[in-house]
Design a protein around this ligand. Structure first.
Ligand code: AMP
Length: 280
């Protein structure tokens, strides 16, 4: 498996694949590869002849005091996991993505503003800027992103539309542990006690979705779900919202596509998850 570390070499590789008539799909990651990432890679294989996985822990999407320094990094284990799952055409692992005098960013508004945007105001600017740059380094036909980060997907779709980027975004459903916990690199931070509580996040979302489907009053149902999470041992809830799936506007008249989205803390660890009112 080729490991590419410079943008020039990466662009050359993609250029040669395109020249040979091959399509290319990108799977951006921050490493700490797990079965969720591997499912995205599988989807990329279905979508294109060539697959590139990028591994880069993007500093600009972490605020001061967040977990940039402690974010799990193990390139060798990542490489082995990707290899064991059938490999990819290239891993793109740049040392840095930002020049010393970097001073230009993408500033997403609209779908980027509520929820994660309100809790972590730096976050989507960092995400949009790095993904835009990755799209320049890896000029792929398509890129796969996980619904685990549902709002991120909406922000990136908005960016691709607004900035006329010639790339097709593919959404992949969330991959979960047997107990329902969404796979995440940050699950490693959980103590055994917290890990036992963590699946209650998705269980509560699913119950809440069922109650809304059954005609429950939305505000009351959301309040009940928040109270359940706090009673189960979650320390803080940043948001638990019902939103429409495209514009992420607050939904007051639930339809099957509407999403429940949540961010909640177990100690120092912040978990996010979401589910459709119609299930999934
Ligand atoms: P990350 O490395 O956490 O930044 O995630 C890289 C990509 O993998 C993003 O598109 C995520 O949405 C996706 N992803 C992370 N966890 C999961 C999961 N459990 N299921 C599906 N996709 C995921």
């Amino acid at each position: 498996m080729t490991v590419i570390t410079t943008s020039d070499e990466m662009r050359r590789a993609v250029g040669s694949w395109h020249a040979a008539g091959d399509t290319v799909c990108l799977v951006p990651t921050m490493g700490s590869i797990h079965a969720g990432h591997l499912a995205l890679i599988d989807a990329a294989r279905q979508a294109a002849r060539r697959v590139v996985v990028s591994i880069y822990v993007n500093p600009t999407q972490f605020a001061a005091g967040e977990d940039f320094a402690s974010y799990p990094r193990n390139f060798q284990a990542d490489q082995q996991a990707i290899d064991a799952a059938g490999g990819v055409d290239a891993i793109y692992a740049p040392q840095t993505m930002y020049g010393d005098n970097h001073a230009t960013s993408i500033l997403p508004a609209g779908v980027a503003q509520p929820m994660e945007g309100a809790s972590r105001p730096h976050f989507f600017t960092g995400v949009a800027t790095i993904v835009f740059k990755l799209f320049q380094h890896v000029p792929a036909n398509c890129a796969v992103f996980g619904e685990k980060d549902f709002q991120q997907l909406a922000v990136l779709r908005q960016m691709v539309t607004d900035l006329d980027l010639p790339i097709n975004l593919i959404a992949h459903p969330t991959i979960r542990e047997a107990d329902g916990l969404a796979l995440s690199s940050r699950n490693h931070y959980l103590s055994a006690g917290q890990r036992a509580i963590a699946p209650i996040l998705y269980q509560t979302l699913s119950t809440c979705a069922g109650e809304i489907r059954a005609g429950g009053v939305i505000d009351e149902t959301l309040d009940t779900a928040k109270a359940r999470l706090l009673a189960a041992g979650f320390d803080k809830i940043d948001y638990l919202d019902l939103r429409d799936a495209v514009h992420l506007a607050t939904s007051t008249d639930a339809s099957a596509d509407d999403r429940l989205l949540v961010a909640a803390w177990l100690g120092e660890t912040r978990l996010i998850d979401n589910c459709a009112i119609g299930g999934g």
